[in-house]
Design a protein around this ligand. Sequence first.
Ligand SMILES: [Fe+2]
Ligand SMILES: [Fe+2]
Length: 165
Amino acid sequence: MKPELTAAFNEQITREFSSSYQYLAMAAWLEARSFPGMAHWMRLQSEEEWAHGMKFYQFVLDRSQVVELGPIPAPDVDFDSPLAVFARSLAAEEAVTAAINDLYALATELRDYASLPLLDWFVNEQVEEEATVSQVIDDLERAEGEGHALLMLDRELGARVGGAG
Ligand SMILES: [Fe+2]
Ligand SMILES: [Fe+2]
């Protein structure tokens, strides 16, 4: 693998782990405000991002390259509402999607076709993640100001089952 591409994959590993850390901070914010269902959802999301980081980590190793982990920035910890938490989540996912697209473009430009199946998987994963978070945002907007609707939504999100992938 060309050093330029290895560096880009290593950056993506750090990005996924940073994303995991950010979701954990969101879980903590929600736990503190008594939204246990949403906090549970965020914890699972955090685990999923960790698994994404490990997928890239393993891929770099499988390609006989050296994994180099970068620093993880401090997460955002201040939010105005559950809606603000999920809006921040959508913005983060959109940034990750852009980064995956850049990786795809670089791998293609460098004719590193062995990277494409993994990147295809991530392209699909990002479509799914953006759709899921957008749906929660729509539901939160509809529930705005209605305690009961918010409680039902918290219960619903609390039913999410694990499966880091
Ligand atoms: Fe991810
Ligand atoms: Fe994600």
